[in-house]
Ligand binder design. Structure first.
Ligand SMILES: Nc1ncnc2c1ncn2[C@@H]1O[C@H](COP(=O)(O)OP(=O)(O)OP(=O)(O)O)[C@@H](O)[C@H]1O
Ligand SMILES: [Mg+2]
Length: 378
């Protein structure tokens, strides 16, 4: 997809701004705290969702609380001349989004090519941070390939919450037969939803890890290899490979039943896809424990490039790439590697240091200052 025009009203510190973007590279420079990331977030929010917050109220300007509107015009293949309009509105509570005046849910079916891949400094936490970051990677990838995946995850989280409330009400006591029956009902709905989540994640995990490994070894001139493993707290790798779908449900239920005593004592659900993790190995050694800063950066870069490639292959069109404040964190070789592998995408780059972008040719350029953006013609 390509974004042509963008209009923002009352998004965080941006009161009003309008842009006509380049189909290739767009650079937003400026000092700290001027609105560069806010602008990137506005694009992401309009197309999909924020990479910074799940709180809708945080998107409004904190002083005025005025309603926010973002609209952008975009084109997709095979009709590069047809401009479409994507609109995002919020009052801080509800979000209203339309594509060509039809609700977003319907619109995204017509335009599945709408997608941003965002590189942010926090990507480093994917390898070394909490498992939540790695589950988000697998869910984000699955959702990118199958737009149902997030609602499948939401079903799971709903079932988990209900079961946890029930277990907490037992207060560590042994359940009577009626409570046991109730627990088995919760387990059944949790297991059904859990199997859907794990199948969704694993379906795309193999390609994600294969492409990430390819990018990683190219980035490191084939001197190192990256391997990724999906670690499930419920269904082992071997069982997953060999089991039929119905058997996965039985395996899942069996695992929940075995954990029952411990879960009642703990007061919450101890096993399930909400506890799954991904492990990264560089030349066979766990990157979480042994990876250097540079190696961890390379993994983060390889993962995002792998996602962009998967998306490009699936939809025949490359996603919009946002590089928020990451180029200055990378050395020359990694910087060039990213720019070389994202040429098929429209790219947005932010950063404080002009020297980081000095060598980038054919880019449009803006300077951010207190939520305003002026185009620089050099
Ligand atoms: N909801 C909001 N309402 C008003 N101002 C906000 C809101 N959210 C963030 N800001 C402010 O907007 C300013 C710009 O933030 P932003 O994260 O875009 O900065 P930046 O230009 O990316 O800076 P850096 O180079 O440090 O990353 C900051 O001063 C921030 O506190
Ligand atoms: Mg920023």
């Amino acid at each position: 997809m390509l974004i042509k025009n963008l209009k923002i009203t009352n998004f965080r510190n941006i009161e009003s701004a309008e842009f006509l973007f380049s189909p290739h590279i767009n650079i937003i420079g400026g000092n700290n705290a001027q609105g560069k990331t806010n602008l990137m977030e506005a694009i992401a929010v309009c197309i999909e969702r924020s990479f910074r917050t799940s709180r809708v109220s945080a998107l409004l300007n904190t002083t005025t609380n005025a309603p926010c509107q973002i609209s952008l015009s975009f084109t997709v293949n095979p009709h590069p001349d047809k401009e479409n309009i994507l609109t995002f509105k919020t009052d801080g509570v509800k979000i209203q989004r339309t594509v060509n005046d039809i609700p977003y849910k319907e619109g995204i079916k017509l335009y599945p090519q709408l997608k941003t891949i965002v590189f942010i400094p926090e990507d480093l936490y994917i390898v070394k941070g909490d498992p939540e970051n790695r589950r988000e990677l697998t869910d984000d990838t699955a959702h990118m390939m199958n737009k149902q995946h997030r609602s499948i995850c939401a079903d799971y989280l709903r079932a988990l919450k209900q079961k946890n409330t029930f277990i907490a009400s037992l207060q560590g006591a042994r359940p009577d037969s009626a409570q046991k029956l109730q627990l088995s009902i919760w387990n059944e709905s949790l297991a059904k939803a859990g199997v859907n989540v794990i199948c969704g994640r694993r379906k795309y995990f193999y390609t994600l890890s294969k492409y990430a490994a390819e990018f990683y070894s190219q980035l490191n001139k084939n001197n190192e290899n990256l391997k990724m493993e999906y670690k499930s707290s419920v269904i082992s790798e071997e069982d997953f490979e060999s089991a039929e779908p119905e058997r996965l449900l039985n395996l899942y239920l069996d695992r929940l039943e075995r954990a029952e005593g411990n879960e009642i004592a703990a007061g919450h659900t101890l096993v399930g896809v909400h506890r799954d993790d991904v492990e990264f190995f560089i030349n066979g050694r766990p990157a979480k424990d042994f990876g250097s800063q540079g190696q961890v950066r390379s993994i983060a870069v390889a993962l995002r490039l792998a996602q962009a490639r998967m998306f490009g292959e699936k939809w025949g069109e490359y996603p919009v790439i946002i590089l928020d404040d990451v180029l200055s964190e990378l050395d020359e070789a990694r910087r060039e590697f990213i720019l070389k592998h994202t040429v098929k995408s429209q790219v947005f780059i932010t950063g404080c240091n002009r020297n980081d972008f000095a060598k980038i040719a054919n880019a449009k350029w803006w300077e951010a200052e207190l939520g305003r953006f002026s185009e620089v013609n050099e």
